[in-house]
Design a protein. Structure first.
Length: 364
């Protein structure tokens, strides 16, 4: 099958999925290949290492729902070595301001940059990092998305060894000029993702579910030149923020990890790669099956919220057969005392996928 037909089939699948789950437009996850570097990167926000020049920029961020182009441009680069996951973000901004300087405060009340990482792609036990232009960090560990029952947000979890720096192209908190933007440079240690002491979590030639977000507020400047979020004319509430992301979610909610992008950590050294090489890879067909299962999961949960009961049969959840590469995906629904399981066996890998009522994906 030629590449054009593959793209058509992939797009058709996600169009079907998104129509079924009533999102506004199709949201196809973005992909990025992060290559390995044997040169340690100095995290200083100055971006003067030549190694970054060898790396392709991502596509520009888009509105979180995937429909609108943001006012300001944002793009990212990624690299990795045996110790760190390196991230570089270029954030255009005409007024750079920030006033939150306490760690683990609610950083998104300032303009910020956010990183979301789900190493095993089961939507549980994932990580979030937020940073503002003062280099103030909020790092969180989430046991489940907020939509699930008994989800916990561990706010006092800390990434030991995290390195971050900000570069300002303009001035910070100065309303008397027009700025160009700011840089976020970050090194996340692989050790932050360990669940046991001797575990090797470095994802060599593996992909993780990752997304990046930028929160941007309309602002006002008081008589003393201080910035703050802008309120409505009545002064009763703040104007709604903008949410710009790397991989669109289709809804205003970053906490649907099954919609995040894919980052492949290639063991190829960046010095052996030409910039003309594509920074993408083909998403495995099993991932399309998982996407379908999570669509049914969200639909089942909406039904339960409204009716206080689960949909009883798979035929009532899925309106037509789903076919990927001419192979029918045979899904089953099993109810039990505490909820339900949606399960299937992949015709591509022969792996069994089980999705529980709390959204955890089990792979056998």
């Amino acid at each position: 099958m030629n590449s054009q037909n593959k793209i058509f089939l992939f797009l058709s699948f996600f169009l079907t999925i998104n129509v079924f789950c009533q999102t506004k437009i199709a949201t196809i996850p973005k992909t990025y290949t992060a290559y390995k570097t044997n040169i340690s990167i100095n995290i200083d926000g100055k971006v003067n290492e030549s190694i970054w020049n060898k790396v392709n920029w991502s596509s520009n961020f888009i509105d979180i729902e995937g429909e609108k182009n943001p006012k300001y441009q944002t793009k990212i680069k990624m690299l990795w070595d045996e110790d760190f996951f390196y991230i570089l973000a270029d954030i255009k901004e005409s007024h750079i301001w920030a006033n939150i300087n306490k760690k683990d405060a609610v950083i998104y009340l300032n303009n910020n940059f956010e990183v979301f990482i789900d190493p095993d792609g089961d939507t549980h036990n994932y990580y979030e990092i937020e940073i503002n232009a003062l280099n103030t960090i909020w790092d969180l560990f989430l046991t489940k998305p907020y939509r699930e029952l008994n989800s916990l947000v561990i706010n006092d979890w800390n990434i030991t060894g995290l390195k971050s720096a900000i570069g300002i192209n303009g001035t910070l908190n100065n309303p008397n000029d027009i700025d160009k933007g700011w840089i976020v440079e970050m090194a996340i240690p692989w050790s932050a993702f360990k669940t046991s002491y001797f575990q090797d979590v470095v994802p060599r030639d593996k992909y993780w579910r990752v997304n990046f977000s930028r929160v941007n507020w309309n602002h006002t400047i008081d008589k003393n030149g201080a910035y703050s979020r802008k309120q409505n004319k009545e002064g009763s509430k703040y104007l709604k923020e903008f949410n710009w992301v790397w991989s669109p979610q289709g809804v205003i909610n970053m906490h649907e990890p099954e919609k995040w992008g894919y980052v492949l950590f290639s063991s190829k050294n960046i010095n052996d790669i030409n910039l003309s090489d594509l920074n993408t890879f083909n998403i495995p067909k099993d991932e399309q099956i998982k996407s379908l299962m999570y669509t049914l999961h969200r639909k089942q949960n909406r039904f339960f919220k409204k009716n206080k009961a689960w949909v009883q049969t798979i035929d009532l959840l899925i309106e037509s057969d789903f076919v990927i590469d001419n192979k029918k995906i045979k899904l089953k629904l099993e109810l039990h005392k505490t909820g339900y399981n949606i399960f299937t066996t992949s015709p591509f890998s022969n792996k069994e996928f089980i999705l529980t009522e709390d959204g955890e994906l089990i792979v056998n």
